[in-house]
Design a protein around this ligand. Structure first.
Ligand code: UDP
Ligand code: MG
Length: 312
């Protein structure tokens, strides 16, 4: 196929998705065929340990519209979609999860908006089905905290399910940061953006590939790459405590010298000391999170390592 004629590139990250891959392929193909335009589906195998890789290769052999990028190990969801977009050729690229939580049919609505002239069309989740109470609450809290924390206008309740124009894709390539929060970077890039609303479905099969540990890493990457506010917190708390302590110091020195009424106590001193040591360590930890990410950038390692590519 002539790569320059491809209209749409669908990017699908895969981590241990052997249970869903066939169905996802079928649904995506069905939707894309209705456009009547040339498309490619790029599956990015993010170091799966199950049969995902073999299954995608099978599909690639039978269908020329399907391409595969396979990583040498698990690099994470955000890196996987980055690799997919970097290798896409379409005039628009669409990122979608493999588990069919994002209904492929919505892609057609995104394409409509794109044809109206929007450069970024994101999916906005009206509801989330089949997700735990914990996931829903933490997700809601996360998007709202992020909104308060950052100056970049990142729309709430949107995931990575979105369509981006070729020029946005090219701009994204110029943002090489490592601990990536892709949807935030896309907001930061600017361009004409809009959303289409949809109801998030239940996972078709299998379990979430985002355990709590990955969720925490994801949330802290988002906040730290888009906000200095956690660092500023140290200054604000520090100043407040210093001012308060100084006033209190005047009171107790006065009492000691003139009223002879000093409180003698071991408990209060130990309590205060433990409290403030805790506070100082938390602040050091926050600074550490930033420094760790600076260190990652300085090392300048590649974002991902590709083991093999099929269909390109
Ligand atoms: N995924 C990935 N690498 C990872 C974790 C997840 O490529 O390390 C993919 C996964 O296969 C799926 C998408 O990212 O296509 C979203 O993951 P999942 O549906 O498990 O997350 P959730 O919807 O539960 O937040
Ligand atoms: Mg999912």
């Amino acid at each position: 196929m002539d790569e320059t004629n491809i209209q749409y590139s669908i990017v699908v990250p895969l981590y241990n998705e052997e249970l869903v891959i066939k169905e996802t392929y079928k649904r995506l193909k069905k939707v894309m065929e209705t456009t009547g335009e040339a498309y490619e589906i790029i599956f990015v195998n993010d170091g799966s340990k199950d049969r995902t890789l073999e299954m995608v290769k099978d599909i690639c052999n039978k269908d020329k519209n399907i391409k595969l990028i396979s990583f040498s190990k698990n690099f994470g969801h955000q890196i996987a979609i980055t690799a997919g977009m970097n290798n896409s050729n379409g005039k628009a690229a669409i990122v979608i999860d493999a588990d069919l939580q994002d209904p492929p049919e919505i892609i057609l609505k995104m394409i409509e908006k794109w044809k109206e002239g929007y450069d970024v069309v994101y999916g906005k989740r009206l509801s989330r089905r089949g997700e735990t109470f914990f996931k829903k609450v933490t997700a809601k809290a996360f998007y709202r905290t992020l909104r308060v924390m950052t100056d970049v206008d990142i729309p709430v309740d949107t995931g990575d399910f979105r369509l981006i124009d070729r020029k946005v894709c090219e701009a994204l390539k110029r943002v090489p940061e490592r601990n990536r929060y892709v949807r935030g970077i896309i907001s930061w890039l600017g361009f004409k953006q809009t959303g289409v609303e949809f109801a998030r479905e239940e996972r078709f099969a299998g379990e979430t590939k985002y355990p709590l540990k990955k969720m925490i890493k994801f949330a802290s990457d988002a906040i730290i790459s888009f906000s200095y506010k956690p660092l500023r917190l140290a200054i604000i708390i520090g100043f407040s405590i210093s001012i308060f302590s100084f006033l209190y110091l005047i009171v107790i020195v006065f009492k000691k010298l003139f009223v002879n009424d000093a409180i003698h106590g071991w408990t209060s001193i130990v309590a205060l000391s433990l409290f403030f040591n805790g506070l100082v360590l938390i602040m050091l930890g926050i600074i550490g999170e930033y420094i760790g990410r600076i260190y990652d950038e300085v090392k300048g390692r590649p974002l991902y390592i590709i083991d093999e590519k099929v269909g390109f």
